[in-house]
Design a protein around this ligand. Sequence first.
Ligand SMILES: [Zn+2]
Length: 74
Amino acid sequence: MAGKEKKGKKPKKNKPTSKKYSKYKIEGDKITLNAKFCPRCGPGIFLMQSNGRKYCGKCHYSEFEGKEPVKKEA
Ligand SMILES: [Zn+2]
């Protein structure tokens, strides 16, 4: 009689929620944005910031801080 191994379900891992709300700051009755929108995707899509670089996870637009973005002709 072989002991059957219990097959447990994989522990559920919740996806990290989008922290869009954290980009907004509420000061009094004013809402200020703490992040930049993607110039390509338009408002609603934020650019992620890392190492002095801004990056859009949607259209892969990237911007270097302190530099004007190089415009490519599509
Ligand atoms: Zn974008």
